[in-house]
Design a protein around this ligand. Structure first.
Ligand SMILES: NC(=O)c1ccc[n+]([C@@H]2O[C@H](COP(=O)([O-])OP(=O)(O)OC[C@H]3O[C@@H](n4cnc5c(N)ncnc54)[C@H](OP(=O)(O)O)[C@@H]3O)[C@@H](O)[C@H]2O)c1
Length: 239
């Protein structure tokens, strides 16, 4: 996969899937800029990446913050959205409306605002990849809120691909991936949950951020791909 000479911005690039994507994009020859809210997390991520990668602190839920980011970035070729709202999980019966609103703010509206604000400086014929989630289409008790947020994003992708053409718009829909997204869950409980999910997975393991990064890179690099969503879930939806 060749991204030589292309500039890739990864929002949510300071951790997990976004960080792995940034690394893979550098390996493919791209100039990469990563962004997240926490300056310490950003600094740590930059230390883990090749020195050519630059970074910025950005809050993707803030129009002003996004405006500053894109203005500093200048024209670029690809936008990867790997921002996590981290809210909205849990059984429907006890899911609070406020929690679900926060989930929409933190992910759906972050992606919406980040794409809209990017349009002035994203090169026509470049591409956008939205990292969504398998909960959008694979039913699993306790994920109705996450399904709603990610389903809303996935529903927009084909329409956006038509409206924004020749810029390509695609999604990658990950299953369970071992990233800091899970840090709120105590270590022991997380290990047990991962072991259980691995046991029922057709590929007998949970995913790694690099698995998803590979799918994102494919969509960035293949100029014949648009309006589609790649499931990167170890076969979770067919089990
Ligand atoms: N891990 C999984 O099992 C899994 C499964 C399915 C889908 N996903 C999706 O994959 C995407 C990436 O998740 P991950 O697992 O890589 O999570 P992660 O390790 O928690 O990384 C999330 C990234 O988003 C950044 N971020 C969060 N809110 C932001 C905001 N408002 N503005 C800018 N940056 C923001 C974080 O940095 P700061 O906190 O410093 O801002 C961090 O860089 C998310 O959309 C998640 O829903 C993950």
């Amino acid at each position: 996969m060749d991204l030589e000479g292309q500039k890739v911005a990864v929002l949510g690039g300071t951790s997990g899937i976004g960080l792995a994507t940034a690394r893979a994009a550098v390996d493919a020859g791209a100039t990469v800029v990563i962004a997240g809210r926490d300056p310490q997390r950003l600094e740590k991520a930059l230390k883990e990446l090749p020195a050519t990668v630059t970074g910025a602190t950005v809050d993707a839920t803030s129009t002003d913050s996004l405006k500053d980011f894109y203005s500093d970035l200048g024209t670029f070729d690809h936008l990867v959205l790997a921002v996590s709202g981290r809210a909205g999980g849990g059984p429907f019966e006890s899911l609070e409306a406020e929690q679900l609103r926060r989930a929409f703010e933190g992910k759906f509206f972050a992606y919406f605002l980040a794409i809209q604000a990017a349009l002035k400086t994203l090169r026509e014929g470049g591409s956008i990849v939205l990292v969504t989630a398998a909960s959008a289409r694979t039913p699993f008790p306790g994920t109705s809120g996450l399904a709603a947020v990610n389903g809303a994003l996935e529903a927009m992708i084909p329409t956006l691909a038509l409206e924004l053409k020749p810029t390509r718009v695609n999604g990658v829909s990950p299953g369970v991936i071992d990233t800091p997204w899970w840090d709120d869950m105590p270590q022991e409980r997380r290990q047990a949950a991962f072991a259980q999910m691995a046991a029922s997975s057709p590929v007998a393991r949970v995913g790694q951020p690099e698995d998803v990064a590979g799918a994102v890179l494919f969509l960035l690099a293949d100029s014949y791909m648009t309006g589609t969503i790649v499931e990167c879930d170890g076969g979770a939806r067919i089990k």
